[in-house]
Design a binder for this molecule. Structure first.
Ligand SMILES: [Zn+2]
Ligand SMILES: [Zn+2]
Length: 299
């Protein structure tokens, strides 16, 4: 055997393990896999220990899911962040499963850019445990994943938001499970990457990015819609989708995202969808169950 042989054998073994991981992650039945975070084997694609270790729940703003400051006094927890008190969010509610931080930021990028659709099953399952989600699932008429533009869909071959929504619903209690509908909203604007742009700039560029097709208007009118996306950064994309749904008569629009960006720096690093996406624990909404005078939303 030549000196090169061990390296070739190692590479071959690594390739086989990688193929096995992908097959195990894509299965509907359980195969031992390697945890994407701790790399322990055999485990689930995301092992329970990692999901818990990186899953601290935070009090979040009710309408943008931004993490709220910890005052150390549960009674003093606010329902809305300063930004939403100043300029009310177009969303009726927003739920974020995790912060856009290690390891979720890397996994979100892998789901979006590395064809690692097996991850969607584990991440969607994790999203099911988002505090506040069960009540919203019970109330929703439709679950609507944020659509990609036709061009982006062709390039990528899949929509990561749809994969997450599908997996989330598959793990949700059957009685609470609203139907998913991918035909209620269309992305009609294909834009360049947005990550270097300010929130105001994004809002302006994306204002008419989505449309409810005429044949779907009757299914939206008067209904409660739960939007699902992978990452929320400024919220400009969700705001644009919400605007289209409200124009079609939606009575309530809320959002569930896998990860919520924490700061402007996070936004700059968030995996943008080449202009298609702006978006973002167990996942969480405000810890207070009784809203304290909701800020009035601009129309
Ligand atoms: Zn792990
Ligand atoms: Zn807020």
């Amino acid at each position: 055997m030549t000196p090169r042989s061990p390296r070739i054998v190692r590479r071959l073994a690594t390739a086989c393990l990688s193929l096995y991981d992908r097959a195990a992650a894509a299965r509907t039945w359980h195969l031992p896999s390697r945890c994407r975070i701790c790399q322990h084997w055999p485990q689930r694609t995301l092992c329970d220990r990692c999901v818990q270790a990186f899953g601290e729940a935070f009090a979040r703003c009710r309408t943008c899911a931004q993490r709220l400051p910890d005052t150390g006094d549960a009674a003093a927890v606010q329902d809305w962040c300063v930004d939403c008190l100043r300029v009310p969010s177009p969303l009726d509610f927003a739920l974020a499963c995790r912060d856009y931080a290690h390891p979720w930021s890397g996994l979100a990028a892998r789901l979006k850019f590395a064809d690692d659709l097996g991850l969607a099953r584990s991440l969607g399952r994790m999203m099911t445990a988002t505090p506040g989600l069960r009540a919203q699932l019970a109330d929703a008429d439709w679950v609507v994943p944020l659509p990609l533009s036709d061009q982006r869909q062709r390039e990528r071959g899949y929509n990561q938001a749809e994969a997450l929504a599908r997996a989330m619903l598959a793990h949700a209690p059957r009685l609470l499970r609203p139907r998913m509908n991918t035909g209620l909203l269309r992305r009609v604007l294909h834009t360049d990457p947005q990550h270097a742009r300010s929130r105001d700039d994004r809002l302006a560029r994306l204002r008419d990015a989505y449309r409810v097709p005429p044949h779907a208007a009757a299914l939206v009118d008067g209904r409660h819609i739960l939007l699902v996306d992978d990452v929320m950064t400024t919220g400009a994309t969700l705001a644009a989708a919400t605007r289209a749904l409200r124009l079609a008569g939606a009575a309530q629009v809320g959002a569930l995202v896998l990860a919520r960006a924490l700061t402007a720096d996070d936004e700059a690093q968030a995996p943008q969808d080449a202009g298609t996406r702006d978006n973002a624990g167990p996942c969480s909404i405000s810890s207070s169950s009784t809203p304290k005078s909701r800020p009035t939303r601009a129309t």
